[in-house]
Design a protein around this ligand. Structure first.
Ligand SMILES: Nc1ncnc2c1ncn2[C@@H]1O[C@H](COP(=O)(O)OP(=O)(O)OP(=O)(O)O)[C@@H](O)[C@H]1O
Length: 258
């Protein structure tokens, strides 16, 4: 598998009406690394991710995929390289869960390609890893919100892309599912796949990230190794709350309200 892809946003500027949402935001994702993006509600995380995927066009700055401007890429070629798990996605069709996952194969295989036995096996293996194989034959419209989220994550993984961008993938997942997902992401990292995820939980950033990026006032103000950049002071500044820090023997931190 070619795992050379990297994704880089440089000095992105983006406005919604009068409001400048991003004002020089830069962020890079390399193969084989996990990057967590943190920021308060409305700070522009989704906007930044959607710009990096080419779903929105920046007013200034540029995005490059594999060192080539994103504008030069077709939608399908972007989808071959970068899989996306959007926030709050609702699919209107009552496809079975396994079929939703198989849809992830389309950018690689093409619409007319027959589904091979190994595609079914790969889909079921992903459902198993995520703990939802028993749901494989259930309609997607008749499962819980967290189960839908896991299905969409499986679909993105089935895409076989080199990079994975996930907008709050942990939202709505129970604690076990969150940890299973983190383990899965660590496995992808070992295969050389790059993962960029947004999260509202500073602890998640410590679970598996190589880097943490903080989005504040339209810019990535801090970008570095978790232990170097995410302390109580940063959490208090981002979320305007007082916290105290618990530090594990391996240096990872958790935060508790004061
Ligand atoms: N479709 C839209 N039209 C107008 N404004 C929007 C739209 N989508 C987002 N915004 C605004 O852009 C800003 C950034 O939103 P964005 O969704 O990127 O933030 P976020 O950091 O992902 O937030 P959250 O953590 O709440 O999901 C917010 O002020 C939001 O109100």
């Amino acid at each position: 598998m070619d795992v050379s892809a990297s994704l880089e946003a440089a000095a992105l500027v983006f406005s919604r009406g009068e409001r400048r949402v991003l004002d020089g935001a830069s962020l890079a994702l390399a193969p084989g690394e996990i990057v967590s993006l943190l920021g308060a509600n409305g700070s522009g995380k989704t906007t930044l991710l959607r710009l990096m995927l080419g779903f929105l066009k920046p007013d200034g700055g540029a995005v490059a995929l594999d060192n080539r401007t994103l504008r030069a890429w077709s939608r399908r070629d972007i989808a071959r390289q970068v899989a996306y798990v959007a926030q709050n996605h609702v699919a209107p069709f009552p496809y079975r869960v396994r079929d939703v996952v198989l849809l992830g194969r389309l950018p690689q295989a093409g619409w007319l390609a027959p589904v091979a036995a190994r595609d079914f096996e790969a889909a079921d293996a992903l459902l198993e890893d995520l703990g939802i194989l028993p749901l494989a034959d259930r309609p997607y419209t008749e499962i819980s919100g967290g189960e839908r989220q896991l299905t969409l994550i499986a679909r993105a993984l089935a895409q076989g892309a080199n990079l994975l961008v996930m907008d709050e993938p942990m939202a709505g997942l129970d604690y076990g599912a969150q940890i299973r997902l983190m383990r899965l992401l660590q496995g992808l990292k070992r295969q050389g796949i790059g993962v960029l995820l947004s999260t509202h939980h500073p602890e998640h950033a410590f679970w598996a990230s190589d880097r943490i990026a903080l989005l504040e006032q339209g810019r990535v103000t801090v970008d570095g190794a978790p232990c170097d950049v995410l302390d109580a002071e940063a959490v208090e500044r981002l979320y305007r709350v007082q916290v105290k820090t618990l530090t594990a023997a391996d240096g990872r931190r958790a935060f508790l309200p004061e």
